[in-house]
Design a binder for this molecule. Structure first.
Ligand code: F6P
Length: 369
């Protein structure tokens, strides 16, 4: 992944003018619309207000472990906020695996004259940041995930864009479903939490919303589907990839593990389709949205949120808030302890699911047990 918008690579540039704090930025884990807005926000604010200068690590922790950097200048980040993906590249490299670790990271930072690191990432990235910070590395975090499941922050950037994409896709599935009188299933991302399914499901008036937090039997799902058809609509079901039906023990996974040892999920929609068809007699099709939800330009909301988090990260470095991450609480951007933020995933609370479930299932057939 090339960094086209900046000046020539400065792979071994260790120069640091006096009085300046040299900050290294990295984007790690799955990409997410809004990453470039964070980068731009931090670079513009840090250079203009905090006597910081910036480099970017290429491809997440790989760039940290190997010391692979590019200069990030004010001119270089012009215009990147509206671009999807990350101009720095990302990877699921684990800094503690394969010869990395605290010493390797500390050596690289010292060799490159980097005083502080801003790590933009999800659960795995921020857990690594916390571990490094506990060993004295000057590091702050910026929470990132389209799944919106990180603690300590009300919303993560990228989530709103993913919900827009999923909603539009479901609206499209609805019209083809209506034409053919079929049941349509949209599978969305959401490994541990069903935020995307919940929000897109409400927005697209889904007839069933299936999330990891709420076990549901095939019988109940089929009742909702049949009821929707009775009421004259082609049933539309949204299912999060991490949903576990009553009859299963684990989320559907047949693609092995990623480098953090997590199961690669996906396929529950395809698995449910023939079961629903058999029980209800309604022809059923499944569509997995997959990485389409992570690609493309960020929404205006996500650009604003990500920019605010980026500028706040530059402020946090200036305040030497090591081991903390910036976060959205209400309408304010604050900073919170990484350990506290990572203590628990932010899953969909039961009452929010119940609010949505009252809208489907029909009278007397609600989703609420
Ligand atoms: O963590 C965010 C996420 O989008 C999950 O919902 C999904 O399981 C995972 O990333 C897939 O990531 P990849 O296929 O890029 O490793």
């Amino acid at each position: 992944m090339a960094f086209s918008a900046v000046s020539a690579p400065a792979r071994q540039n260790t120069s640091r003018p006096r009085g300046l704090t040299r900050v290294g930025l990295l984007t790690s884990g799955g990409d997410c619309p809004g990453l470039n807005s964070v980068i731009r926000g931090a670079v513009l604010k840090g250079i203009a207000y905090h006597q910081q200068n910036y480099v970017g690590f290429r491809d997440g922790w790989r760039g940290v472990v190997e010391g692979d950097i590019v200069d990030l200048t004010r001119a270089g980040v012009n215009g990147i906020a509206r671009q999807g993906g990350t101009v720095l590249g990302t990877s699921r490299t684990n800094p503690f695996a394969g010869g990395g670790g605290v010493e390797q990271v500390a050596d690289t930072l010292a060799r490159l004259g980097i005083d502080a690191v801003i790590a933009i990432g999800g659960e795995g990235t921020l857990a690594a940041a916390l571990k490094l910070s506990a060993h004295g590395i000057h590091i702050v975090g910026v929470p990132k995930t389209i799944d919106n499941d990180l603690g300590g922050t009300d919303y993560t950037f990228g989530f709103a864009t993913a919900v827009e994409i999923a909603t539009e896709a479901m609206d499209r599935l609805r019209t083809t479903g209506d034409s053919h009188s079929r049941c349509m299933i949209a599978e969305v991302m959401g490994r541990h939490a069903g935020w995307i399914a919940l929000h897109a499901g409400i927005a697209a008036s889904a007839d069933a919303i299936l999330i990891p937090e709420r076990r549901t039997s095939l019988e109940t799902i089929c009742r909702w589907v049949s009821e929707a058809q009775t009421q004259g609509t082609a049933p539309l079901v949204v299912v999060a990839e991490g949903f576990v039906p009553d009859h299963a023990d684990d989320p559907h996974s047949e693609r092995g593990l990623d480098s953090f040892g997590r199961q690669r999920l996906g396929g529950i929609g395809e698995q449910l389709a023939p079961m629903i068809e058999e029980v209800t007699g309604i022809e059923t099709r499944a569509t997995t949205l997959g990485h389409i939800q992570r690609g493309g330009v960020p929404s205006a909301y996500d650009r604003v949120l990500a920019t605010r988090l980026g500028t706040a990260a530059a402020d946090l470095v200036a305040r030497r808030g090591w081991g903390r991450m910036v976060a959205l609480q209400g309408v304010e951007v604050v900073d919170v302890d990484l350990r506290a933020a990572l203590a628990e995933l932010k899953t969909v609370p039961g009452h929010l699911y119940d609010e949505a479930a009252m809208l489907f299932g029909g009278p007397g057939i609600t989703a609420i047990a």
